[in-house]
Design a protein around this ligand. Structure first.
Ligand code: ASP
Length: 325
């Protein structure tokens, strides 16, 4: 066989292996990297959506909490994983947008190192404080934090996380720089808030509904134009007198770059099916999340969202003069 024929045969073989792998996929469990601790929003959303996707795909989505550095440790791990569909990641506004401005030496580029699978949930941000925080509404909260800045602690899930980035915006609006206390996720940060070990936090709604309604913490305002059906009594930031603070986060699935397109398509289809499932929707809605429909679904919409969120948050972070390196 001459060289040309050999090269052609090798190409044919590679193509056949590629499509056979895609057809058989998934032949074993899939690792879903959650870059934050168990019990927080990213973990909870992953478990809800993963339950249904596992049924569709016929293989378990096994959650691996790979924590650290505001979610960038797990995201770096996902970037370096084999692009074979057996490792995917639940990223979010922090890991796949805000991290770009916060980490000048970020080990991955959210736009070019991943294959977008799809948006899973929109998650409005709520301003929270410990239950005994001495302020009855958002105006008093802002005044109290300003007057007592030196002794106030703000909890977050690490530089680059949603809680860090959105409270950065809140702090710049209030004109304060409190002490910040990092956790490996807002699951553990919430425990500290419930235990009154920290003073306040900005978090994705899915972590907070039962804590606020049960009186374990205070919820001062939701940073969206409309109130949320899961938290009817919590006013919007506009109603509460701080309309500049608008912040809504999101969680989304990504695969490492070069994961074969037919495999990514299968995962996207399983995600779509989960987002249409009545019980899955109910579970997500009860936690206050906003379920993407039609044009907000799928790979292209997520690619656009990542670029627009990098463009939106980078100037906010630069203006606050914060950097992790
Ligand atoms: N909500 C968290 C954040 O602040 C992360 C988590 O899901 O635990 O980014």
């Amino acid at each position: 066989m001459n060289f040309r024929k050999l090269a052609a045969a090798a190409l044919t073989l590679a193509a056949a292996t590629y499509s056979a792998a895609a057809q058989e996929y998934p032949a074993r469990p899939i690792t879903l990297i959650v870059p934050f601790a168990a019990g927080g929003p990213t973990d909870v959303i992953s478990r809800i959506i993963g339950d249904h996707m596992s049924k569709t795909l016929g293989q378990q989505l096994v959650i691996e909490n790979a924590v650290g550095a505001g979610g960038t440790t797990g995201s770096t791990r996902a970037k370096r994983a084999n692009p074979d569909g057996y490792t995917i990641i639940m990223g979010h506004l922090g890991t796949h947008a805000a991290s770009v401005a916060l980490y000048p030496n970020l080990a991955y580029n959210p736009s070019t190192d991943f294959e977008p699978i799809g948006l899973v949930a929109g998650t409005p941000i709520v301003i929270l404080a410990r239950k005994d925080f001495p302020a009855k509404d958002l105006k008093e909260f802002a005044a109290y934090v300003k007057a007592n800045e030196a002794k106030i602690n703000m909890a977050h899930a690490g530089v680059g996380s949603v809680s860090f980035t959105t409270c950065l915006l809140l702090n710049s609006i209030m004109g304060v720089k409190p002490t910040s206390v990092p956790f490996n996720g807002t699951g553990p940060a919430m425990n500290a808030l419930v235990g009154s070990q920290v003073d306040y936090m900005c978090d994705q709604i899915v972590n907070v509904v039962s804590q606020i309604t049960g009186g374990a913490i205070k919820g001062y305002a939701i940073a969206t134009p409309e109130r949320n059906a899961a938290l009817k009594d919590v006013p919007t930031t506009t109603e509460a007198g701080m309309k500049e603070f608008q912040a809504s986060a999101w969680n989304a699935l990504f695969a490492p770059k070069d994961t074969p397109k037919p495999i990514v398509d299968k995962i996207t289809a399983a995600l779509d099916k989960a987002l249409d499932d009545e019980l899955t929707r109910k579970r997500l809605l009860e936690l206050g999340s906003d379920i993407p429909n039609g044009p907000r679904r799928g790979q292209a919409a997520l690619a656009t969202l990542v670029s627009s969120e990098i463009a939106k948050w980078s100037p906010v972070i630069k203006a606050a003069g914060v950097s992790a390196n």
